[in-house]
Design a protein around this ligand. Structure first.
Ligand code: ZN
Length: 116
């Protein structure tokens, strides 16, 4: 499947190909609990995620070990994707930002990020 998505103001847009998304992943760590976003259960290597961002729109937040990189739009504030702790450099996408996906009703598993 070809997927497209964006932040709320569309300053950040992205595309990737993946099998049909039928399940997501939520993490119970200190930042993901606050975001309450359902992420893709799979990760994408950087070469499989095409990101188009307007100049200076893409901001990044890191904390703790600085391995996970939480990316967001610095205009509308929406968290679009992050680079994971488990597979450094690889991305999980916020399913709420993917066009045409019913993310609210997507079943999900819990990742115990709080125990890392
Ligand atoms: Zn935006």
């Amino acid at each position: 499947m070809k997927y497209k998505g964006s932040c709320h103001c569309s300053a950040i847009q992205f595309e990737f190909e993946a099998p049909a998304i039928t399940r997501g992943l939520r993490c119970d760590c200190s930042i993901c609990t606050r975001k309450a976003a359902t992420m893709t259960a799979f990760t994408l290597p950087p070469e499989r995620l095409k990101i188009t961002a307007e100049k200076d729109a893409l901001a990044t937040y890191t904390f703790g070990q600085d391995v996970a990189r939480h990316h967001f739009c610095n205009r509308c504030g929406i968290y679009t994707f992050h680079q994971t702790l488990r597979a450094p450099g690889e991305y999980r996408i916020n399913t709420g930002c993917i066009d045409g996906l019913d993310s609210i009703n997507l079943p999900f598993d819990i990742f115990k990020g709080s125990e890392l």
